[in-house]
Design a protein around this ligand. Structure first.
Ligand code: NAD
Length: 368
């Protein structure tokens, strides 16, 4: 029997509703496979501001650092939008990523075949669904590079200026490329490095490091693409991609594009990883305050964070496949939460709430 220490950070809005359902799935996997998941709940975000006076209490950081993996719901809401002291729920999110030294963001863009019609792309382009993984560098590039500007942002002066430095070291590029290659080895063994080496010096370094690192992964088929072409190819022929690895700013843009191609926001999860196996797993959507506590949120994005956690932090591959299969079976049986329900296409009697969707997935789980 293996024991794993999992910290949950339900956060705000629908966060507690959806994390509760994911915990039910976690416990059922424990039962089926004989694992023990020690689940510890901690506060982060708006709830932590209310109860602890800070969006990220030290106690939460300490627990996460000692854990095997962290499952996050979502943070934020109108209640905390205008705080006088400048602390915001989202500061907790940036803080925990920093404290855990997470530098790689893995964003799968998966379109289940049952929800094909929710993609804005034509059926002949999207085919039998979609499964792309975008690996985005998270701590470098111009978001964190040196910032400068002329003394005043005087928009009437044509020579006033501002700049953000796009700077990457070999070390930073190499470690994110390795994350990408290792992910490709767990998938379809294809990796595309996206850059803009025809224009940017920093991208030329990316390309040079890529040429060296790819020799260590002969089992992975590689390609390169300029970012403007990649943005176009994602809507023209998205199925050509398996893993895309790219810089912080390019990844920020491409992950949002890929998530739209994949349809519903309630179905997509993400992982943030560092040098070891510890990772932070979360749905890509926010705290949806409009539907919080009403049994309306789709818990599938959060439940899909678990297969990512199992594959990238805990090494539980079969268990990950079992969750994917259970979700597929529940969708095949026609069950839908409101956000993925299409009137006229789906059966009204199979429209379910947050809790019912969680229960259905737990019931569908089988050992494989
Ligand atoms: P949002 O993702 O919370 O909601 C956008 C829309 O999608 C809403 O109509 C919502 O009801 C719906 N939605 C989102 N998740 C859903 C789910 N699981 N099931 C069904 N419907 C779902 O984005 P927003 O409205 O821009 O932001 C709300 C709050 O969340 C803000 O305070 C924002 O700062 C915060 N936020 C947090 C994170 C995070 O914690 N990682 C990410 C984005 C936004």
């Amino acid at each position: 029997m293996s024991t794993f220490n999992i910290v949950t950070l339900p956060g705000d809005g629908i966060g507690p509703d959806i994390v509760r359902e994911a915990c039910k799935v976690l416990n059922k996997i424990g039962e089926l496979y004989g694992h023990k998941f020690n689940i510890t709940e901690k506060r982060m975000g708006g709830i932590a501001i209310d109860m602890d006076g800070t969006s990220l209490p030290q106690d939460t950081i300490d627990a996460c650092l000692k854990s095997d993996a962290v499952l996050l719901g979502a943070v934020g809401g109108p209640k905390w939008d205008h705080l006088p002291n400048g602390d915001r729920p989202e500061k907790g999110l940036l803080g925990i990523r920093g404290a855990l030294k997470l530098y790689a963001n893995l964003r799968p863009a998966v379109l289940f075949k049952q929800l094909q019609h929710t993609s804005p792309l034509k059926p002949e382009i999207i085919g039998e669904g979609l499964d792309i993984l975008v690996v985005r560098e998270l701590t470098g590039g111009m978001y964190f590079g040196e910032k400068a500007n002329s003394p005043a942002y005087d928009t009437t002066k044509p020579d006033a200026w501002a700049s953000d430095l796009e700077k990457y070291s070999v070390y930073e590029i190499e470690r994110i490329l390795k994350t990408g290659f290792e992910a490709a080895q767990k998938r379809d063994h294809r990796l595309c490095c996206v850059h803009k080496a025809n224009v940017l010096e920093s991208s030329r370094l990316w390309r040079a490091v890529f040429e060296r690192v790819k020799k260590d992964y002969p089992d992975v088929e590689t390609s390169e693409m300029y970012v403007d072409n990649a943005a176009m190819q994602l809507v023209r022929n998205p199925r050509q991609f398996d893993v895309i690895v790219t810089s912080n700013i390019f990844g920020d843009i491409l992950t949002d594009e890929a998530s739209q191609v994949a349809g519903s926001i309630g179905m997509l999860a993400s992982a943030s990883l560092g040098a070891g196996t510890l990772g932070l797993y979360e749905p890509i959507h926010g705290s949806a305050p409009d539907i919080a506590g009403k049994n309306l949120a789709n818990p599938i994005a959060t439940i899909l964070s678990l297969p990512l956690m199992f594959r990238y932090s805990l090494g539980l591959m079969k268990e990950a496949d079992a969750i994917d299969k259970a979700i597929n079976d529940v969708l095949d049986a026609g069950y839908r939460t409101g956000d993925i329900f299409t009137p006229g296409l789906n059966d009204e009697s199979k429209k379910v709430g947050t809790k019912e969707m969680g229960d259905l997935i737990v019931k569908a789980l089988k050992k494989i």
